[in-house]
Design a protein around this ligand. Structure first.
Ligand SMILES: Cc1cc2nc3c(=O)[nH]c(=O)nc-3n(C[C@H](O)[C@H](O)[C@H](O)COP(=O)(O)OP(=O)(O)OC[C@H]3O[C@@H](n4cnc5c(N)ncnc54)[C@H](O)[C@@H]3O)c2cc1C
Length: 512
């Protein structure tokens, strides 16, 4: 008897995201399940069964004129993971398998040992854990690991790998469901310039191979607007070690020069007391307290082969160099209800001082699977050489005086994804995690208004609070049109409506 996928369906569910800043009533919420119990010998076939099940939900939605959004970890602080009609919860869809030699296309350049299929709902932590057991790892990720792989890739989640890029760069194949017919609408989308999967793999998954660079680069960061991502084929890296430290340093000409040039030879001059190996620097982060503009919190991570001795777990309870800033700022809400400036400074002094060097694998570095407290966050992308100008502009907003939060600058190489917000040759991502209150939103509004009025090109993280409309799309230039054209090629008009959304680029609203 064939194995069936299923879902727990709840009507009129009152849904909220992790940080409880996005709330709505969803007409139908489906918590999806692969065929149960799991069977390790039937993984591609079970993924195929789940594909058929998702297609049946899509068919039903299309027949009733409803929209669908998939949701992973619900960590996004924007509305990208929501639909008032139908939402598909993917957290249980976490099958995976290493590709066997016969699953790789003959002319591929890839090393089969590094290529894995990860189903959409696998958490980033699960992906790290599976890979590290095989002496492999992800090239980069965000600071936390509780997001799903599909949610993280679909919004362009990043760390600060300024010579590499964001998490989606490791994806070499997208198993995408673009419609209601499992025989034709389950596709393995790859770049024509980088064929990976064999017909044998496609047959086992019940998918059709489509090779097209623009369609692949469009679907990579597409926040649920390009269909349902069933899984990714990823190219992992041999495991490496990160040696990380954080130091409080003056926010002076040297740090500003580091931010605007990424000349890592400046790092030993900024922190002469530490043995810095500039050629190994992989991650640069500068955190600023708007209420103490004289100082900066500099985090550096050096990337080494596995020839460093791993550090013992640290006994202290303050934040580690790899911690995510949203969790750090979450400590503010409950603990320190004083004025914005005093509260932010006290929190940072208590929890965000000098740390390390510590040596850990990427999984050991980016550990936080949960969040502390609640917070809001916006994240702005600007070209790295304008990072200091952009920070000055933010600091000059009168609204910043009541902002209990920080300004965190990281640096990410341009992504191949057409709508990745890390668009510039190197993007400075300016994250603004702040206390959940109206003052924080006022500051975001003022910050975006000032940036839009300036000559600094601006993008925004799709998974964080961003201003909806044309202004935030202008920095994408022709990439936006290429993305829209790829969407037209991949989805029928009916499916563009099913996978439409009011808060993503113009032209992808329902019924476009
Ligand atoms: C505590 C915390 C720390 C964070 N740290 C970072 C960081 O360091 N760096 C960074 O860049 N971002 C960071 N973020 C933002 C976060 O990484 C992104 O918002 C990410 O998208 C969340 O993943 P998720 O699984 O929760 O996705 P969700 O929020 O559930 O969904 C995100 C998008 O993916 C789509 N999606 C999900 N699954 C599928 C699927 N199967 N098919 C099609 N579409 C799908 C959804 O429709 C939605 O548009 C952080 C957020 C939080 C709350």
């Amino acid at each position: 008897m064939s194995r069936q996928a299923s879902s727990n369906r709840t009507a009129n569910l009152r849904w909220q995201n992790l940080h409880e800043n996005v709330k709505l009533t969803v007409g139908e919420y489906h918590e999806l399940w692969n065929p149960m119990p799991p069977r390790s010998t039937r993984i591609p076939e079970d993924v195929r069964a789940t594909t058929s099940y998702v297609c049946s939900i899509i068919a039903d939605a299309a027949a009733r004129g409803k929209t669908i959004r998939s949701v992973g970890g619900a960590w996004s602080l924007s509305e990208v993971a929501t639909s008032k009609d139908i939402m598909l919860g993917t957290r249980n869809l976490n099958l995976w398998f290493p590709l066997a030699m016969g699953f790789l296309d003959a002319p591929t350049n890839h090393d089969v040992k590094r290529i894995h299929y990860m189903q959409c709902g696998s958490s980033v932590g699960e992906v790290y854990s599976r890979l590290e057991k095989r002496n492999l790892t992800l090239p980069t990720s965000g600071a936390s690991n509780g997001q799903t792989i599909a949610g993280a890739v679909s919004t362009g989640t990043h760390g600060s790998a300024f010579t590499y890029g964001a998490i989606q760069e490791c994806v070499v194949g997208i198993h995408l469901i673009t419609g209601s017919n499992p025989a034709t609408d389950s596709i393995l989308l790859e770049r024509a310039s980088d064929p990976v999967a064999s017909q044998s793999l496609a047959r086992r998954l019940g998918a059709r191979i489509v090779r097209d660079d623009d369609q692949f680069n469009a679907a990579l960061v597409s926040f649920g607007s390009m269909g349902f991502v069933m899984g990714y084929i990823i190219n992992a890296e041999p495991i490496y070690h990160l040696e990380s430290w954080r130091r409080v340093v003056p926010y002076d000409g040297l740090v500003k020069a580091l931010m605007t040039t990424l000349d890592v030879d400046l790092v030993p001059m900024i922190v002469p007391s530490l043995p810095v190996h500039a050629d190994k620097i992989w991650h640069v982060e500068v955190v600023l307290n708007p209420h103490d503009p004289a100082n900066a919190y500099l985090t550096i991570m050096e990337r080494w082969d596995t020839n460093r001795r791993l550090s013992a777990p640290e006994p202290v309870d303050t934040s580690a160099p790899g911690d995510d800033l949203l969790s750090v700022i979450g400590g503010l809400t409950a603990a320190l209800p004083s004025s914005a400036g005093t509260a932010t400074s006290t929190l940072l002094n208590l929890t965000f001082g000098d740390r390390g060097p510590v040596v850990a694998t990427p999984y050991g570095t980016f550990t936080a699977p949960t969040v502390r407290g609640s917070a809001l966050s916006a994240e702005i992308g600007v070209p790295y050489d304008r990072s200091v100008d952009a920070v000055e502009l933010l600091m000059s907003c009168p609204e910043i005086k009541k902002y209990a939060g920080i300004i965190a600058c990281r640096f990410v190489k341009a992504s191949s994804a057409l709508l990745a917000f890390t668009q510039f040759p190197v993007t400075c991502t300016i994250e603004l995690p702040g206390v959940k209150n109206a003052n924080t939103q006022h500051f975001y509004d003022a910050a975006y208004a000032r940036l839009f009025a300036s000559d600094i090109p601006v993008t925004a993280h799709w998974g964080q609070i961003y201003p909806i409309g044309d202004k935030i799309l202008s920095a994408y230039g022709p990439n936006l049109h290429r993305w829209l054209a790829a969407r037209e090629a991949l989805l029928s008009a009916e499916m563009r409506s099913v996978f439409g959304h009011q808060s993503t680029p113009r032209g992808v609203t329902p019924g476009d």
